[in-house]
Design a protein around this ligand. Structure first.
Ligand SMILES: [Mn+2]
Length: 429
């Protein structure tokens, strides 16, 4: 499949059916915003310019520690994954890039580049994998990778990360995301300080191999696969690590990698203040690292995160954190979940753009807690659907992307072409 997977005529025909109602909704919202001195045109352009990367692993069905129930027509390799990513981008127009995972997506870089270019896609951050053993791998990561007690295991993990950088250079990526599963399951099993020292020394070798125009994103995670201690367990340790490594190293915040009820938006603010916020892995959760669809459980929290991002963007137009989705689709068609999640992220961004920042600043300075809260809530309560739909429509996407996707019959078509996958694999970081 070298051409775009969804026929442009299908999208146009579906949009035609919805054009009149959409235009009326957009005009009504525009009039309402104009009364508040806000230009819907400016908002639509800013929303349209906002992109979030799709994780290549996200287009396959995920799973839990207990089971994985494969979906129909799952992609069998990176080239079919890119086809599915192109569907998401064609309909939603919010996901122009794909984040690859090595070795799951290992392939000839020239072919990767050509395939992505034919589909109108680019590549975002590279992701290394030292949390599982690969076939034929000489040394095991059972007891860790970059922080392992054995220098030979650490060297193997460093070499793998440098290989990810080389592949990334060849396909136009500009960043490496490192998440390790290193940790311990018993008190006393691991010496906390020595393990962190070994990690920092290994990461320094990776950092030294990074091109000048690259970023190194360090991702923390409180628990799992280790359940007693984790080497890079929270944003504090993450901050210590990136500070020790150098200016190209930044913290990556995965929304699911914190204790329940943690004030993530405040962590975001702290990292922005000290210039170390690299980017995000967006998802949602209820109890732990559930990897639920972004915005599906707590859209207000997502909005509060974006409130901090827009606040930073307002102060510094050059502020550009990386945006990636990282979630597990166990009961939905992953294409539909990723279209909806990218939309939820744009929704949070649009609402954050609508916050009356002068009014919020004034309420904060006057210690008017209720008015400050209401200023945020006023933006959060607004229905920005017409703006999201208009941004998609203008870029050639669908006014109703899920309806257009279902009408396309894409899943049925690939289910016929792709044999059912085995119930293994997956993997979410
Ligand atoms: Mn993640």
């Amino acid at each position: 499949m070298s051409e775009l997977p969804i026929a442009a005529e299908l999208i146009a025909a579906d949009n035609d059916r919805r054009a009149s109602a959409h235009a009326a909704d957009y005009e009504a919202l525009g009039a309402r915003l104009a009364r508040a001195g806000v230009s819907i045109e400016t908002l639509t352009q800013r929303v349209g310019a906002f992109g979030v990367a799709i994780p290549s692993w996200g287009v396959g069905t995920g799973g839990t520690r207990f089971a994985r129930f494969p979906g129909r027509g799952e992609p069998r390799g990176i080239f079919e994954k890119l086809d599915d990513c192109a569907v998401i981008q064609q309909l939603g127009r919010a996901t122009p890039t794909v984040s690859l995972h090595i070795p799951w997506d290992a392939a000839d870089p020239t072919e990767l580049r050509a395939k992505a270019a034919a589909l109108g896609l680019g590549f975002d951050a590279m992701n290394s994998n030292t949390f599982q053993d690969q076939p034929g791998q000489p040394l095991s990561y059972r007891f860790g990778s970059l922080s392992h007690t054995d220098p030979a295991v650490r060297a193997q993990a460093v070499a793998h990360n440098l290989e990810c950088v080389e592949i990334g250079r060849a396909i136009g990526s500009k960043a490496l995301t490192v998440w390790i599963g290193d940790g311990s399951n018993f008190p006393g099993q691991s010496h906390f300080r020595r393990a962190f020292e070994r990690y920092l020394a290994a990461m320094a070798e990776i950092y030294a191999g990074l091109p000048d125009d690259w970023s190194l994103y360090v991702e923390h995670k409180m628990f799992e696969p280790a359940f007693y201690s984790t080497v890079i367990q929270d944003w504090g340790t993450n901050y210590l690590a990136v500070t020790a490594l150098g200016p190209k190293a930044k913290c990556l915040v995965d929304l699911g990698h914190h204790a329940p009820n943690t004030n993530i938006e405040m962590i975001v603010s702290r990292l922005i203040q000290f210039g170390r916020l690299g980017g995000f892995h967006f998802n949602d959760s209820k109890y732990g690292d559930d990897d639920l669809d972004t915005g599906s459980v707590d859209p207000f929290r997502l909005f509060l995160v974006f409130n901090e991002l827009v606040d930073a963007e307002t102060a510094d137009p050059a502020f550009r954190p990386a945006h990636m989705i990282d979630q597990s689709h166990n009961v939905t068609d992953p294409i539909e979940s990723l279209i909806r999640s990218a939309d939820e992220i744009r929704r949070a961004y649009a609402k954050a753009l609508l916050v009356d920042r002068a009014a919020l600043d004034a309420a904060q300075d006057a210690n008017d807690a209720l008015l400050a809260s209401e200023t945020l809530k006023a933006a959060f309560r607004l229905d920005v659907d017409p703006i999201l739909a208009e941004a998609r429509r203008r870029a050639g996407g669908a006014i109703d992307p899920i309806a257009a996707y279902r009408a396309s019959g894409y899943r049925d078509k690939v289910a016929a072409q792709r044999p059912a996958a085995q119930a293994s694999g997956g993997g979410i970081v």
